[in-house]
Design a protein around this ligand. Structure first.
Ligand code: NIG
Ligand code: FE
Length: 401
């Protein structure tokens, strides 16, 4: 059925420098068959329907409310069992994330409950998180594996992510995450990395279980050389390349990712000026994760330098049980605009058009004919209201293709 949304403040996200969000004050959007077929001024809507020969089955008067693309969360770890509330309490008393991880907590502490959980349990947990995200405006969510870390277990997580995505009313983009070397393989880590390169990555590509591979390159995780081997295998297999880079220390992975033509590098609290230039030249997206940064009390990434160099900036939730157990992108937009000094426009583009780019997607994150009909209506008129009123859920309704 075709739908006409009219009398809306339409944020197309197709703007220019003067008007980055591409706002139409009294706008309308026409959708048909899960896609947008027309966007423009509301006064031209009737003529557009006639010209396109589309008879809208419903006409929705939005009374001047803000209508935006559905939000895209391009970095989550939404499949896991158990929680780490005790670690949160330890950090609140001054312990650091790396100290807790070195003492056997951190990512390793989520492995046992995740490995022990049945497929149906993991699917339910994931769907519940997807639904919670949709309620705050997310219509596409990337979900990384990474809390099993055996070859068979990671393949299982990716299959469960696909099942959860097929059952939830939003789009799911699965990513293979090579997170850390699991404790039981630390004595033969070279053989473990070989398994990832020779078995896991090619199987994921052959079975089409993910569109990208992400590697966590940092203190306590993979080294730069290991990251190069895994991401090289991913690229050879035709998969997109992404990495968790410089959350704690700069291991040179941002330069590596730029060389490999990576879709994104994520975190970037620690990154050199040379790496920033390389990312800009490669067109790699920098994914800002302010929730994790604030919660771990890290210094913010060099947003001004990234902006000045022209590196595209996305904003994501990093939803995970350790550093950021939250799925609301409006909350992340608040942190991005306050703690990271991003503009309201940058925050909006970071959870729409630039987030799509970090996932290698061109059919969403903006309102143009041909894009998916993923829309959010907000109980707000001004784009700034969403981060400004971060404690209220201003979503009026969510439409997914
Ligand atoms: O993006 N840094 C690595 N991965 C997650 C944390 C995962 C965890 O602590 O369970 C992150 O912050
Ligand atoms: Fe992460």
């Amino acid at each position: 059925m075709a739908s006409l949304y009219h009398r809306a403040r339409v944020m197309t996200c197709t703007g220019s420098d003067a008007d980055p969000l591409g706002l139409i004050a009294n706008g309308a959007v026409l959708t048909d068959g899960g896609h947008i077929v027309w966007v423009g001024d509301a006064v031209d809507a009737a003529a557009a329907c006639r010209a396109l020969d589309v008879l809208p089955g419903e006409r929705v008067d939005l009374g001047g409310r803000l209508l935006t693309p559905g939000l895209i969360d391009c970095h989550t770890h939404a499949i896991f069992a158990g929680d780490r509330a005790a670690e949160f309490a330890l950090r609140a008393r001054g312990a650091s994330y790396l100290e807790i991880a070195a003492a056997g907590g951190g990512i390793a502490a989520t492995l046992a409950p995740t490995r022990a959980a049945a497929d149906a349990t993991l699917e339910r947990l994931t769907i519940d998180r997807l639904l919670a995200a949709r309620a705050t405006g997310t219509t596409t969510m990337e979900v990384k594996s990474g809390y099993d870390l055996t070859v068979a277990g990671e393949l299982r997580l990716l299959r469960v992510i696909a099942h959860a995505g097929a059952r939830a009313p939003l789009a799911v983009v699965p990513t293979l995450l090579c997170h850390v070397v699991p404790p039981e393989r630390r004595s033969d880590r070279a053989a473990y990395v070989r398994e990832l390169v020779e078995v896991l990555v090619p199987t994921v590509a052959a079975d089409r279980l993910a569109t990208s591979v992400d590697v966590y390159c940092d203190d306590g995780a993979f080294t730069r050389d290991e990251t190069a081997a895994i991401l090289g295998a991913a690229r050879n297999a035709g998969l997109g390349v992404r990495a968790h880079v410089g959350q704690f220390s700069d291991h040179g992975a941002a330069e590596l990712c730029a060389e490999l033509g990576a879709l994104s590098v994520d975190h970037l609290e620690q990154v050199s000026p040379a790496a920033i230039a390389a990312l800009a030249a490669a067109g790699t997206v920098a994914v800002m994760l302010p929730g994790a940064c604030v919660q771990l009390r890290l210094p913010p990434p060099p947003v001004a330098a990234l902006r000045a160099a022209g590196v595209p900036l996305a904003v994501a939730s990093d939803l995970n049980p350790g550093s950021s157990y939250a799925s609301s992108l409006p909350v992340q937009m608040w942190l991005a605009t306050t703690h990271f000094s991003m503009s309201v426009e940058e925050a909006w583009l970071g959870v729409t058009r630039i987030a799509a780019r970090a996932l290698g997607l061109v059919d969403r994150g903006l309102l143009v004919p041909g894009a998916r009909a993923d829309l959010v209506v907000w109980n707000a008129e001004h784009p700034a209201e969403i981060p400004y009123r971060y404690g209220s859920n201003l979503v009026d309704r969510v439409v997914t293709a």
